[in-house]
Every structure is written in C-alpha cells, then in structure tokens.
Design a protein around this ligand. Structure first.
Ligand SMILES: Nc1nc2c(ncn2[C@@H]2O[C@H](COP(=O)(O)OP(=O)(O)OP(=O)(O)O)[C@@H](O)[C@H]2O)c(=O)[nH]1
Ligand SMILES: [K+]
Ligand SMILES: [Mg+2]
Length: 490
C-alpha cells in the first residue's frame, strides 16, 4: 500500500509521495551477476544513512551530490570489509525517483551484492524494491509522466535501432508534450464554459466565449482523430511487424524462413505438407523488428493434423501486418500472362479456407527460378511491382526481396520523430478513443442546442480520459498494470 497526499481539484488529482515510505534498494544492473561492475541503488528518505554507515563516514557533507567517491565499504553488523567501490548520491528532488538516491558501484559478484543486501536489510525501514518501484516513485513524484515511464521500459526492452529511437523520444516526452498541450487547451475551455454557464445571464461576459470553446474543442477533436488514424504505426514498431509466409505445399516457405533467420529454423523437405505448426522467429531488418512465421502449405487435405495446420496458418495470417506469399514458378505456364496466372493461383489458395486477406499488403515471391529456362525469365519484366522472382536454393534475387520487404515494413511503421510521435500502445488508444468519443458528444449536444450543463459534463469526461493517458489522473490498478512489466531495480 502506498500512501499519498491528494489535492483534489475538480476531476484532477495531484499526488505527492509521503516521506513515510520505506527506503528501497535493488540491483539496478539486472540479475546477471559476475560482471565488472554492478550497481546497487537505494532510494528513499533514509537513503543517505546507507552511504554513511557502509562507508563509516560521519558527515554527509563529506559527499558532494552527483560526485563519485572511491570508498571502502563495511558490513554494518559484522564490521567486515565487503568491497572497495565507487559511491555516489543524488539529493532529492534532483534524482531519478525525486527522493534521496544513493548508488554503490560494486564489483559484480553474487557474494559482494549478497553481503551489501544483508547489511541494507538490517536497517530499519529498508526493504527490497518491487519491480518498477523506482520508476513508480519517479512518476508519483512528478519526475516522469506515464507515457515517459512507458517510453523508459520500452527503451530497456528495445531490440532494434528504430525501436530505440521511438522509445527514447517517448521517454523524453514526445507523447507527453502532445497530450498535455491538448489537455491544457481543453481544461481552459472547460473553465470558460463553466464561467459562461454560471455568469452569462446576469453579468457581462463576452458572447464569443462559447464559440471560442467550441472551436478549441473542434480543433482538438480533429487533431486527435487524425492521431488515432495511424494504422497502428507506433504499435507495430514497438511490438514488431507481424509477417506470415503463406503458400501452397512445397512452394519453399520454410526454405525462405531459413534464409531470413540465417539458420535451419524450420524443416525443409521435398515432402509436401512438412510444416504443420506455425513457426515463429524474430529478426531485425534494417532496424525494424519483425516477427515472422512460417506456416503449413495451404491445401484441402483429409489428414486431420495437416488440416489443423492449415487452419492455424489462416488464423495467423489474419492477425498479421503483412503477408509474404511464396509461389512455385513451375506451377505457371510460360504461354499465358504471368500476372493473371499468379492472381488466379492466389485466389485459389485463399478459397481453401474461404479466407480473404484483401486489405493486407502482400509481397509475392516466384520461387525456384533456377528450374526455369531463359524464355520465362524474359517475361519477368512484365511482373507487377510486388512480385519478385527468386531462388531460395541458389540465393538469387534475395537482396532485392529484402530491400522491398524493408521498404514495405518502413511504410507500416513510423519513422520515429520527436515532433510527430505516434501512440505506441493499446492503453493510449483506449483512453484517446474515449476522449474523442466524449468530445464528439459535447459537440453534438452543443450543435443540437441541448443542455449546456450536460454537454460540459462530456467535456469533463474527455479531459479525464486524456489525463489518464499521461497519468495526471490515475488509479492504483492502472499503475499496477503499467509498472508490473518493469524489471526489479528500475
Ligand atoms: N530448385 C529449387 N528447389 C527449391 C527452392 N526452394 C525450395 N526448394 C525445394 O523445394 C522443396 C520444398 O521446400 P520447403 O521449404 O520445405 O517448402 P514448404 O513450402 O515449406 O513446404 P511445406 O512445409 O511442405 O508446405 C524442398 O525440397 C526444397 O529444397 C528453389 O529455389 N529451387
Ligand atoms: K516441404
Ligand atoms: Mg514448410
């Protein structure tokens, strides 16, 4: 249970941490010990006691904040020398958590960390930190808003260059700035609308005050609606672009997966129907994260296990952002139009489980061109732009395929930018959608000359939902959901 002081103003609650909270400590450098250096971080109103007691210094003045000091540190109870290490303290509020923070940059061994943990645990009001507790305190003390905290965890989890950029910008406040700007505009409008309700009959209040309110709400409504029509760009980059490899049995889907993962991830064999389960791998393509999966060849079959594989393939394809369809070129005839034949092949494939992937971007690979002769290769110039002839076995045209794939993925993801950030997770989408819905209700009520007091209630709800994205408004449950994904020590 965390104790907070609340100051309630309308629907907006501000909170500050109570100084009666425990002082917490944890390894900030992750659980992997046996490293050159590991950092133990201590945060709380009693944090500086650990600095004095472990170093056996008597005065805090001997340590200037934010400066490193090489010190011998001792076990508080046994007086044993534990380690010689760098120490530093950050005076509140100028620390990560906004509280007093002390760090011990120890030799990264289990024994050293264990001895320090044992001595810290013996201090009154000290305890081990829970996952995300340092960040949660930083949020509660106003050092981070919720989108910045989420940016921080995403940065820690970032696997690729573009994910790093997006999460870094978010951690630095790209989304917070955008949402706070909208929120403050709406808060101002709410105050004006309330003043209008209270005073327009008996006092001089400018008549255009209400039309200004309506214009501000309309502008915010439009901007937020556009922001929501983002084709999930930020989310795709955060979670990885999901791609399914589809095609008839033996087209070469597993061979392609193995090329992309650069190892024998899936079994390749001349037996049609080899792959049954969905085989998923994650890769980094040009800085973009991809979750790619190989699937069972699509065909009508009496084998119940293979049939289950086909169902799974279609299911997976339905939740993907992009499809790669592999076609064995030897299925096509040299004499007819290649594009038409491929279209026909695809529509035959997709009728197998009456699946339609019309809205999904597709890259089509004509595989096994090593088996074809010169004449058919001459016809490759006629191929539509999203059709690429390749040979998995000989590695022909793979570079061209990869560059087209990267281009398609870049179009699906955001090119991270601080000034035009995209929302990055479902939580943002849920609350922003509520905001937009309530703004629309406000505008509809006003347009229909309905009760202004009721209309303003919707404006208030909209502000509340928007405040939930950044955390100006929060519930304990919301914080638990956000911070439980953090690691211990962050
Ligand atoms: N000549 C030639 N053979 C290929 C090429 N690509 C794959 N093959 C062969 O085609 C056969 C089927 O390849 P797989 O990768 O297992 O095909 P698949 O689409 O995964 O097959 P299922 O899982 O059974 O649906 C294997 O014998 C591969 O060696 C290619 O570019 N050229
Ligand atoms: K096969
Ligand atoms: Mg296969």
């Amino acid at each position: 249970m965390i104790f907070k002081h609340f100051r309630i103003y309308k629907n907006i609650c501000f909170c500050r941490h109570s100084s009666s909270l425990s002082t917490i400590f944890a390894l900030a450098t992750g659980p992997q010990l046996r490293s050159g250096v590991a950092i133990i971080r201590v945060s709380g109103s009693l944090a500086t006691q650990s600095l004095l007691k472990l170093t056996r210094e008597t005065k805090l003045e001997n340590f200037k904040p934010k400066q490193l000091y090489l010190k011998k540190i001792y076990h508080h109870k046994t007086n044993d020398l534990i380690d010689q290490c760098m120490t530093v303290w950050f005076k509140e509020p100028k620390s990560f958590t906004g509280e007093d923070v002390v760090e011990f940059h120890i030799h990264g061994s289990k024994a050293v960390a264990g001895a320090i943990f044992s001595t810290l645990s013996s201090f009154p009001n000290y305890r081990l930190a829970e996952p995300g507790e340092f960040s949660k305190r930083a949020y509660l003390n106003g050092r981070l808003d919720l989108t910045e905290a989420e940016g921080l965890i995403d940065l820690i989890n970032a696997q690729t260059e573009q994910q790093r950029k997006q999460s870094l910008y978010q951690m630095q406040g790209s989304l917070k700035e955008l949402y706070e700007r909208w929120r403050l505009d709406l808060v101002k409008s709410l105050a004006h609308a309330e003043a209008y309700i209270d005073f327009h009959e008996d006092q001089h209040i400018e008549n255009d005050i209400l039309s200004d309110v309506i214009n501000t709400v309309k502008t915010a409504y439009n901007a937020m609606s556009i922001h929501l029509q983002d084709h999930r760009r930020g989310e795709i980059l955060r979670d990885g672009c999901r791609i399914a490899i589809l095609g008839a049995p033996n087209a070469g889907k597993s061979s392609l997966l193995n090329i992309l993962t650069q190892k024998p991830t899936a079994i390749v064999s001349p037996i049609a129907g080899t792959t049954r389960d969905v085989i998923e791998s994650t890769i980094d393509l040009g800085g973009y994260p991809i979750v790619i999966c190989d699937t069972a060849g699509l065909r009508i079959t009496d084998d119940p296990i293979e049939n289950e594989g086909v169902l799974r393939a279609v299911d997976r394809a339905n939740t993907c952002d992009l499809l790669i369809i592999v076609v064995d070129i030897s299925m096509l005839s040299l004499h007819d139009n290649l594009n038409e034949q491929i279209d026909k092949h695809l529509s035959d494939l997709f009728t197998i489980k009456s699946s339609s992937f019309n809205s999904l971007t597709k890259l089509i690979l004509l595989n096994k061109i090593d088996l074809t002769n010169e004449n058919i290769r001459l016809k490759f110039q006629q191929l539509n732009d999203n059709i690429i002839p390749i040979s998995c076995t000989l590695g022909v045209n793979i570079e061209e395929f990869l560059s087209k794939l990267t281009k398609s993925i870049a179009e699906k993801c955001t090119e991270p930018s601080f000034t035009t950030p995209y929302l990055t997770n479902e939580r943002h989408r849920i609350y922003l959608t509520r905001t937009v819905d309530d703004l629309l209700m406000f505008l509809t009520f006003i347009n229909n000359n309905q009760d202004l007091v009721l209309a303003v209630e919707y404006l208030r709800l909209a502000i509340r939902s928007l405040g939930t994205v950044t955390g100006v408004v929060h519930t304990e449950e919301l914080l638990d959901v956000i911070f439980r994904d953090f690691c211990i020590g962050k």
